[in-house]
Design a binder for this molecule. Structure first.
Ligand SMILES: Cc1ncc(COP(=O)(O)O)c(C=O)c1O
Length: 413
């Protein structure tokens, strides 16, 4: 059981993180000495602009006119009928410009880079969605953009690699280790250390050293604020449960905060990949322990020597051996639940949503949907709201090659 007696959800967002970037014992900024001034500069610049009426109104204008916000809420009537009495609703972040929630924080980070007078933005990407979103922000603001991506993910997410290049970004392969997301973060950090004076590292999730977990959450919170109001308007009630997949955890922390004070269950869904053996999944909160990676303290999957464990998921945006420190905290205090979905369950959800609703989801988002479908079959919830964090065009080639057109997944309900 959690320790939620200590936490006042009326003041939660003001108190967490604290000034040093801690959510309880998780978070912080574990940096090489040469980067301390650079992160101090970013923190101070963010504190300035987030209170500036001009910045807030510019971000609002961009969200409306450029991103196409608010994204709608959609009731999955056919899918819900198939599964049981619970009703499934989607927050359609797949309809956000560039096809995922990632642009919500990238436009904020781009505005920050401009304010700070930086010439270049640097980042890592797993599925390529953060890379595409950041390349888009770079084009919009007239900035250079270097995106680091594991070689394995470059092969798996070819359409997004092409999009980044068309948008003018340089895609730099990360060639060490497992050549996936963790290695991309390693490579991006290394590059940033060499040119932090002219550039800013725009981390792709609620991870990394302070202030990124806070800043990315703040930029993403628009998702939950919109969703709560839209859901009430559409149904007259609040959902019993809200569900989001968790890689680093940004789309989940976009949705959760708006419901923290409500009697609404929060579910983060981690990737269980091929099963619970080390190296076959990336379920950090389920199997991990406290540890520092990429400059922040959280719950991470460790190998026998205490280093980051090898991880795997069918969804390139979820295979990270740690998770945002705020998720570790929400789990510890018992306010959010963390469950998992396997590759198989995610692929079933991918095909079910495509065939029953005409929406092809990203494999990352399919994990959230898979957990919601399981909950709907159990029938304990009236209404379940899922963050459909992205669209699945980027995954189609991979899915067709390995699973065909879904013949084996549509027959069972
Ligand atoms: C569509 C989509 N959803 C979810 C994620 C996972 O990231 P996060 O946990 O930060 O939301 C990614 C990452 O690339 C993604 O592309």
């Amino acid at each position: 059981m959690g320790k939620n007696y200590e936490v006042d959800f009326d003041t939660y967002l003001k108190e967490y993180p604290d000034k040093k970037g801690y959510f309880g014992k998780y978070g912080g900024a574990f940096l090489p000495p040469e980067l301390v001034p650079a992160f101090k500069e970013i923190t101070e610049a963010y504190q300035t602009i987030c209170h500036s009426a001009q910045f807030i109104s510019e971000l609002r204008r961009i969200r409306k006119e450029y991103q196409g916000r608010p994204t709608p809420i959609y009731h999955c009537e056919r899918l819900s009928r198939l599964l049981g009495p619970s009703q499934i609703y989607l927050k359609r972040e797949d309809l956000n410009h560039t096809g995922a929630h990632k642009l919500n924080h990238c436009m904020g980070e781009g505005l920050l880079a401009k304010f700070m007078g930086k010439k270049k933005i640097i980042a890592e990407t797993g599925a390529g969605q953060h890379g595409v979103a950041l390349a888009t922000a770079a084009a919009y603001f007239g900035l250079e953009c270097d995106i680091y991506m594991g070689e394995v993910d470059i092969a798996k997410q070819a359409p997004n690699v092409a999009r980044m290049k068309i948008l003018g970004a340089k895609v730099v392969p990360a060639t060490h280790g497992l050549k996936t997301l963790k290695e991309a973060v390693d490579a991006a950090f290394e590059a940033y250390m060499k040119e932090y004076e002219n550039s800013i590292y725009c981390i792709g999730s609620v991870v990394g050293p302070h202030p990124f977990p806070m800043m990315v959450r703040d930029f993403q919170m628009v998702v939950g604020v919109e969703a709560r109001e839209q859901f009430l308007g559409m149904t007259g009630i609040l959902p019993d449960a809200v569900v989001a997949c968790v890689g680093g955890g940004s789309n989940a922390l976009g949705l959760f905060p708006a419901f923290l004070k409500d009697p609404v269950e929060l579910y983060g869904v981690e990737p269980m990949g091929r099963g619970p053996k080390m190296g076959d999944h990336a379920a950090s909160l389920t199997y991990g322990e406290e540890g520092i990676l990429h400059g922040f303290n959280s719950i991470m999957l460790k190998d026998n020597k205490g280093g980051p464990a090898p991880v795997y998921s069918i969804a390139s945006g979820l295979d990270y051996p740690s998770t945002g420190p705020e998720h570790a905290f929400l789990k510890e205090i018992g306010r959010a639940n963390y469950v998992s979905a396997t590759d198989e369950e995610a692929v079933e959800a991918f095909f079910k949503l495509s065939r029953y609703e005409g929406i092809i989801p990203a494999l990352e988002s399919s994990h959230a949907l898979a957990a919601a479908m399981r909950m709907a079959r159990e029938g304990k919830h009236r209404a379940i709201l899922v963050n459909l964090s992205g669209r699945g065009d980027k995954d189609m080639d991979y899915v067709i090659e390995h699973y065909g057109f879904g013949e084996n997944y549509i027959s069972f309900g």
